[in-house]
Design a protein around this ligand. Structure first.
Ligand SMILES: Nc1ncnc2c1ncn2[C@@H]1O[C@H](COP(=O)(O)OP(=O)(O)OP(=O)(O)O)[C@@H](O)[C@H]1O
Length: 288
């Protein structure tokens, strides 16, 4: 086992005993109808995330986001939308045994039939990028998931990124990379022909996922690697804290960051990139 494979951290603690499958499923369309279910449906409709005949690989890490994502797809099928198929895919990057046990136990209780496959990614990331393995790990993980989804005949891969992931990414790019780029609700894979990536939790706020998970007594896999457990090597944690602190002084700051990517004013932009080309507003300055 690699040094990256941790025993996990325990930041999300259920409020009581684990509820029955029936209660958990019902909560999605009752208690969490407005804040989770409707927002999931809104993203699917607005961005046309599901099309007739789709076979969607749902990527399950065992964390709170992807466990919920799986249940939402099941509810969707139950409530009438049956024009697509799903496969649940879990990639084992070299998890600690206890972590893998937790993943399997949760999927068993939640009735999520997963395909687990091993990738050994922790070991490779550790070897190739000892000081900063996160980027390498994330890149390899995406490739491994696309490949597995394709093997299973899927044309789409669904990830559990949510509203807060979206605004944190926007801020990360702005603050550390000096560019304006957000996380998109769907995109075409560059290295995997005819594969698309979709993010159906695009509008769902993380706090609601935490609430759903804790209230239903689910112990998700919080973080499965030492890097995440120590919260080092990741600027994402700092940006999350920054946004939370800013919320004290700026009302709706999270919504404003989100909206900024929908309202880019191209008349007030110095420069931009499109299809790998760099443009300046001066290139168009004299065009009538
Ligand atoms: N080992 C894995 N196997 C399958 N899918 C994964 C794995 N790791 C990550 N994913 C997918 O990528 C998404 C984003 O991964 P990230 O590590 O950012 O997770 P997260 O924000 O902690 O979400 P989660 O709570 O689902 O783990 C996950 O929601 C999941 O859909």
């Amino acid at each position: 086992m690699s040094d990256i494979a941790g025993k996990g951290c325990e930041s999300l603690i259920p409020l009581g005993d684990r509820k029955s499958l029936e209660e958990i499923e019902r909560s999605i369309i009752t208690k969490y109808r407005k804040d989770i279910w409707s927002k999931f449906i809104k993203a699917i409709k607005e961005f046309n995330l599901i099309e007739d005949g789709d076979k969607i690989g749902i990527a399950i890490s065992g964390g709170k986001d992807s466990l919920l994502l799986a249940k939402l797809f099941q509810e969707l099928k139950k409530h009438g939308k049956d024009n697509f198929e799903v496969e649940y895919i879990a990639m084992d990057p070299g998890y600690h045994e206890s972590i893998k046990g937790l993943l399997l136990d949760n999927c068993n209780h939640l009735n999520i039939p997963i395909h687990v496959f091993e990738s050994g990614i922790f070991k490779i990331a550790e070897k190739m990028a000892k000081d900063y393995p996160c980027f390498m790990c994330a890149k390899m993980r995406r490739g491994a998931l696309y490949k597995k989804a394709q093997e299973l005949g899927c044309n789409k891969l669904a990830l559990g990124h949510h509203f807060n992931d979206v605004i944190e990414t926007t801020m990360l790019n702005l603050l550390y990379t000096g560019n304006f780029k957000t996380m998109l609700p769907k995109l075409k894979a560059t290295n995997f022909e005819k594969m698309e990536l979709i993010r159906p939790l695009y509008y769902v706020e993380e706090q609601m996922i935490i609430d759903y998970t804790e209230t239903n007594g689910i112990w998700p896999l919080n973080c499965a690697c030492m890097v995440a457990a120590k919260k080092i090597g990741s600027k994402r944690h700092e940006v999350k804290e920054l946004i939370n602190n800013l919320k004290n002084n700026f009302e709706n700051i999270d919504k404003s960051i989100f909206k900024a990517a929908q309202n880019v004013n191209m008349d007030c932009i110095l420069g931009w990139q499109k299809d790998g080309e760099q443009y300046s507003y001066l290139d168009f300055y004299n065009i009538e």
